[in-house]
Design a protein around this ligand. Structure first.
Ligand code: BG6
Length: 478
């Protein structure tokens, strides 16, 4: 057993998101949301990317979010499992359309508030701190159809009303908030990321960056509101993280990697520093983007986040010769295939040192506490005849990444906590599969929605319980 650099009070836990776990997509007044329109199968990508307009459901298609893993009805059992592992934090999101089914109402749906009140109270019963994302890949469909989603400035006020409702309704239950999940994914998956659907002939960059501006203003505004409602509230931004490595030491490759990093860090630069970065003027000019930014927007942007949260699955790699043919999208962001790192069954890189590199870069850049709110291995699990799951590959992935995070803490970086992704198996955001499993708890459900939904503890469940009990000191797998 090695010593632990994890401070006392370090938050250990796991993460789910409403749209991938709750199901009950129209229960108790909930409205349709973007993810409810994204089918499983061949048409999925075009809809996710905003290239195919889908404003109505099709009978012949299967929509994994509609039932998901039924967290809506099984939250007590699921939170009890988390408590059994010793979680001190549970990250989930609120589905905007449970509180505001259309998104533009003046008053919230009481049933939606009641549901999350029960969930957060259940967490508190076990001493689990909820960490709540306000927007995790779901925008009420009415806002998409009537207003064009985040391309429209009116979204700022709708979102602010929704966020204020959450801060007031859950005051005393929740103090850690995230505004937009993986805000940079708006650029890479515009419909699932931000409800954007493109019209023929449009400059996509213009639409995306104007929408990004509205999200950034909304994020800063709700950060301000969160602090007004309760000065104890702590608000974070959320980046789909992972540094780009240059393919070689050729200066052109190094420059390409720096540019690719900026594409993603642009968002956090604004949220953490309170203004657009110097490089953005040229970026917009070269992309033919002209943003509408008011003086009032610039003033609101100065309300910066309290901490930086991020997901990390793998590092990325770029070269000057990178193009559509030689790159592929692992976790949505396009990258060259780095020959020096291992890969998961879904082709995602496995690079624990990349986590330490990413964390050091982010702290050097922002000097704000970090929170690793997503990390994990999507893998196919097999139930043995005895009903067990021996997921040693997952234990090994998590072990190596927790070790890398420990090194980053030893490097001097303040880290608030760690929530492993999909702590209970859920629907994969990219592919809509159930068979791409991240959980420490297995859920009996297949890609087409068959199964009993029964929960089974995996080998990693017992391992993670020991990790938490020892505050990260004991990472051994035996
Ligand atoms: C992140 C998202 O991109 O990665 C999650 O915030 C997502 O919603 C996770 O599920 C893993 O990706 P995937 O596609 O394997 O589910």
């Amino acid at each position: 057993m090695s010593d632990t650099p994890f401070p006392a009070g370090f938050l250990w836990g796991g993460a789910l998101a409403a749209n991938q776990s709750e199901g009950s997509y129209l229960a108790d007044g909930k409205g349709l949301t973007t993810v409810d329109m994204i089918p499983h199968g061949a048409n999925r990508m075009a809809v996710k990317l905003g290239l195919e307009k889908r404003f109505t459901l099709r009978e012949e298609e299967f929509y994994p979010s509609h039932d998901a893993i039924d967290f809506y009805h099984r939250y007590k059992e699921d939170i009890a499992l988390m408590a059994e592992m010793g979680f001190t934090v549970f990250r989930t999101s609120i589905a905007w359309s449970r509180l505001f089914p259309d998104g533009d109402e003046l008053t919230p749906n009481a049933d939606g508030i009641a549901f999350y009140h029960k969930v957060f109270t259940e967490c508190r019963k076990y001493g689990i701190e909820p960490l709540v994302t306000l927007a995790h890949f779901d925008v009420p469909m009415h806002l998409v159809i009537e207003y064009g989603s985040w391309r429209n400035r009116k979204m700022i006020d709708f979102f602010a009303r929704y966020a204020r409702t959450c801060f007031e309704a859950f005051d005393g239950l929740v103090k850690y908030w995230l505004t937009f999940n993986e805000i940079n994914i708006l650029l890479h998956s515009p419909f699932s990321g931000a409800g954007l659907v493109f019209e023929p002939g449009e400059n996509h960059e213009q639409v995306k960056y104007q929408a990004a501006h509205h999200e950034l203003v909304a994020s800063a505004l709700v950060t301000k509101i969160a602090h007004e409602v309760n000065p104890q509230n702590q608000v974070g931004c959320m980046l789909a993280g992972g540094n780009f490595y240059p393919w070689s030491c050729k200066p052109e490759d190094v420059w390409a990697a720096l540019q690719k990093d900026r594409e993603n860090l642009f968002f956090i630069d604004v949220q953490a520093r309170g203004a657009y970065p110097a490089y953005s003027a040229r970026l917009f000019r070269e992309k033919g983007v002209t943003l509408e930014i008011t003086d009032e927007d610039a003033a609101i942007l100065r309300h910066t986040v309290d901490f930086i949260s991020f997901s990390y699955y793998a590092s990325r790699c770029a070269s000057a010769e990178m193009n559509e043919q030689n790159s592929s999208a692992a976790n949505v962001v396009k990258s060259l295939t780095n020959p020096h790192i291992a890969r998961s069954a879904w082709g995602w890189g496995i690079d624990p040192l990349g986590l330490r590199i990413t964390m050091n870069m982010m702290y050097d850049r922002y000097q704000k506490p970090l929170f690793l709110v997503e990390n994990g291995l999507g893998a196919r699990d097999e139930l043995t005849a005895a009903g067990e799951i021996h997921d040693d590959y997952r234990i090994s992935y998590l072990q190596q990444h927790i070790e890398a995070m420990a090194e980053a803490i030893a490097d001097g970086i303040p880290v608030m906590g760690y929530t492993t992704w999909g702590c209970i198996d859920l629907v994969a955001a990219s592919t809509g599969e159930m068979s791409k499993r991240y959980g420490l708890v297995y859920v009996d459900r297949d890609d087409m929605g068959n199964g009993t939904l029964q929960r089974t503890r995996k080998k990693s469940f017992w391992w993670y319980k020991k990790v938490i009990a020892s505050n990260g000191r004991d990472l051994s797998s035996e």
